[in-house]
Design a protein around this ligand. Sequence first.
Ligand SMILES: Nc1ncnc2c1ncn2[C@@H]1O[C@H](COP(=O)(O)OP(=O)(O)OP(=O)(O)O)[C@@H](O)[C@H]1O
Ligand SMILES: Cc1cn([C@H]2C[C@H](O)[C@@H](COP(=O)(O)O)O2)c(=O)[nH]c1=O
Length: 220
Amino acid sequence: MPHPFSDRQRGLFISVDGPSGAGKSTIVAHLEQFLIADGEHVHTTAEPSNTAIGRLARELTDTVTGPALACLYSADRYHHIETEIRPHLDAGKIVLCDRYVPSGLVMQRFDGVDPAFLWALNSAADRPDLAVLLEADPAVIAQRLGDRGPRNRFQTAPGSSHAEAHFYRQAFDRLVHAGYDVLRLDVSTRTPEQAAAQIRDRLHDFFAVPADKARHAQPW
Ligand SMILES: Nc1ncnc2c1ncn2[C@@H]1O[C@H](COP(=O)(O)OP(=O)(O)OP(=O)(O)O)[C@@H](O)[C@H]1O
Ligand SMILES: Cc1cn([C@H]2C[C@H](O)[C@@H](COP(=O)(O)O)O2)c(=O)[nH]c1=O
């Protein structure tokens, strides 16, 4: 049996992003349960965070647009890193984050914000040990959103699923260029359980790395 993650001196930071309705929250919940069953110490969080800045960002998303909203989300991200993500990593936990930098590179594109500006805002955020990007056929996403109902203004624009898929492809290139370890996972036909199991299997690669040599999330 490989050593449990918890043998590591510092935890692991895993982010999960992807199109609205792709299944991020459902998959993160399954992954958390799998890891807990493996005996790991897990802290699950999300962005926008459950702090004053995060709540403000969520509340203002329908009325504030463009660079102002992008700054609000990145302010929330840096505060979230400082007050929640790093402390739990320092305590040796696996931190699962539902939306992170990739969402910051994608969602504000709907308001026409320059991708270079978005990268400048987000480039100093701690790099996850693994950034999972969910992908799905835009028609499948549109169907899921139709069944569930839109939750934000980004999901109501016609063709939003195709635009979001395009923005995510560009974000993938940016992140890989910046040295992110990215796992792309197509969830068009996988169940959420299958997707979570695949992420857990990918995390097993980290077992093989001795704690003192393990890559830590570093500011980029
Ligand atoms: N792999 C899947 N196959 C079929 N349905 C799924 C799958 N994953 C999620 N769903 C369903 O799609 C809907 C959206 O899932 P979920 O809320 O987890 O997505 P999300 O990416 O977190 O959405 P949002 O970005 O809006 O928060 C839910 O009704 C969920 O049950
Ligand atoms: C991190 C982040 C989030 N958003 C927006 C996108 C959605 O409107 C909400 C999150 O909704 P969820 O159902 O809780 O996933 O926040 C954003 O615009 N930019 C960001 O960086």
